[in-house]
Design a binder for this molecule. Structure first.
Ligand SMILES: C[S@@+](CC[C@H](N)C(=O)[O-])C[C@H]1O[C@@H](n2cnc3c(N)ncnc32)[C@H](O)[C@@H]1O
Length: 287
């Protein structure tokens, strides 16, 4: 396990994932019913954009840094909420204006949305990242941090007693069988908890990613894609978030937010939203 999210924090993929995550949480917490949230691959919880890892790749420059400079007029609400969440996190460190230095990881977006009575489990397998995550939420009883395998935890905790849940599955995709593991976990999850909302992030870079997208179609997700202009640096330039059982109005919000994000991330950036065909039969048990 070599992956460290600190090298990628705040990049275009995080912009897509965290804007959508914030909107999912906003919609799912609008109902006066308890929510369970599981972040299977949580990372360190927060990142220093001025630190060595982030500076080495400068990926935030084509992500959050660009978006932060975008005009506020006409900004879709999910993007405004996302930027407000980043700004609020940065302020925790005593920053007072200027460029944001501290970028929140997915558990921070979840934590900011939790209401009393909601439940949140954040899993991270890597020892150093798990320690950082524990420190990030030290003394915060609303967040249960587990140094554990996110896939096994997903299987163990579903269905949740709350009967309403959001599961974020955001692996590093460095292992050859990661796509297969995600599909297996999703099948197990849906079998145990068919009405849960599952958000799965994945890279689009080769035939394996395309085959994965085809396999994912069995779950009839709403798929959000964001792509930077193709580059020959070997860096990831396209990714997707597939959302199974999205809440009402999520698609509408993302259809407005995504093109705006693409436009403001720079020329040549493209966004797409794929909804499952309305007439397709819902499979009884995704294969
Ligand atoms: C893409 S990063 C997570 C980023 C985070 N979700 C965010 O948006 O801020 C993936 C993380 O998964 C961790 N990881 C790898 N395999 C894991 C597993 N089987 N279970 C839990 N965590 C794992 C890695 O150490 C890494 O920190």
């Amino acid at each position: 396990m070599n992956y460290r999210h600190g090298y990628h924090a705040g990049n275009f993929a995080d912009v897509l994932k965290h804007t959508a995550l914030g909107e999912l949480l906003r919609l799912l917490t609008a109902k006066d019913k308890k929510l369970f949230v599981l972040d299977t691959h949580a990372g360190a919880g927060g990142y220093d954009l001025g630190g060595e890892q982030a500076r080495r790749t400068a990926e935030a420059e084509t992500g959050i840094v660009r978006l932060a400079a975008a005009p506020r007029a006409g900004m879709p609400a999910p993007v405004a909420h996302y930027l407000a969440a980043v700004a609020a996190y940065d302020r925790k460190f005593g920053s007072s204006g200027g460029a944001w230095r501290h970028y929140p990881g997915s558990p921070r977006f979840v934590r900011a949305a939790l209401r009393p009575g909601d439940r949140f489990v954040a899993c991270e397998l890597h020892a150093d990242e798990a320690l950082a995550l524990k420190r990030e939420f030290a003394g915060d009883r609303a967040v249960e941090v587990r140094q554990a395998d996110g896939y096994k935890t997903l299987k163990a905790l579903l269905p949740p007693p709350e009967r309403r849940g959001l599961m974020l599955i955001d692996p590093p995709f460095e292992a050859a069988d990661e796509f297969e593991r995600v599909l297996r976990a999703l099948r197990q999850g849906v079998r145990r908890f068919a009405t849960g909302c599952y958000a799965v992030w994945y890279p689009i870079k080769d035939a394996q990613g395309e085959a994965f997208a085809r396999a994912m179609a069995a779950f009839r997700p709403l798929t959000l894609q964001l792509a930077l202009p193709a580059n020959d640096t070997g860096k990831l330039s396209a990714c997707a978030l597939a959302v199974v059982n999205p809440p009402w109005r999520f698609e509408e919000a993302m259809r407005e937010a995504l093109p705006w994000i693409a436009q403001n991330l720079g020329s040549g950036v493209t966004a797409r939203v794929h909804a499952p065909p309305a007439s397709a039969p819902v499979p009884a048990s995704p294969a």
